[in-house]
Ligand binder design. Sequence first.
Ligand code: GLP
Length: 238
Amino acid sequence: MIEVIRKKNKKKVAEEAAKIVLQEIKKKQNLVLGLATGRTMIPFYNALVKLKKNEKISFTNVRTFNLDEYVGLGEKDKKSFRHFMEEYFFSKVDLKKENINFLDGKTKNFKKECLRYENKIKKSGGIDLQILGIGRNRHIAFNEPGSSIKSRTRKVRLPEETRKVNFGSLKNAPKFALTVGISTILNSRKILLLAFGKEKKKAVQNSLQGKISSKMPASFLRLHKNVIFVVDETVMNN
Ligand code: GLP
C-alpha cells in the first residue's frame, strides 16, 4: 500500500518532502540517500536547503547516490544531471565530496561502470531513503515503459518523448542514459515520490490504481512496503 500525502501546492509538497528527509537524517546521521533530478526537484532542494539551515542539521555523514546520468555528459556539461545537482543542492550543503556518488556518463565501459555503482550501493549498506520524481509516461529514474521489474543499473535508450520533454527538442538531446534499475529502486528501505501539476495527474493516478505492469514502471512501487507519494491537489483531483 502506498501512503499518499496530499498538499495544497508544489511549495507545500516540497516542504513536506524536505521535512521527511530531515526526520530520517535525525534518526540516522549517516543516512544513504538516493537523489533525483528534474524540474520537480528544484523546489524540493530549495526547501531542503532552507529547512536544514533553520534546524541546523548536518549532512557531513550523509551519503548520496543519484539515480541517473546522460551518456556522454560530464560534470562540466550544463545539461548533465551532475551539473544540476551541483547547482541546486551539492554547492549549498555540507555534504562531503567523497560521499557523493554518481554514474559516470563519460565512461567508456558501460557495463563496468554500472556494476561499480551497484556494488558501491551494496557496500554502503543499501539506500535508506530514495527520492523519486515521475515521468509523464510513468517512468521512474530512466526506467521507461517496457523496463523489467528485475532491471538493475544499465545503459538505456531514451524514447523520443522523454528526450523532447527534458530538452524541449530532439536536437542536442542525448539518446542514451545510465540509470539504476527498477529492482535497484525497490531494494531501497523507504521511497518518497514527489509529484505536482496537471501534467503528472494521469501518471500518478495510473501508478496508484492501474494494472501493475512494465508498461507503467511507477506501478511497480505498489509492490514495496514503505512508499510515500507526496502530491498536490491537482494531481489527486478527479
Ligand atoms: C527525468 C528523470 C527522472 C524524473 C523525471 C521527471 O527524466 N530521469 O528521474 O523523475 O524525468 O522530471 P520532471 O520533474 O522534470 O517532470
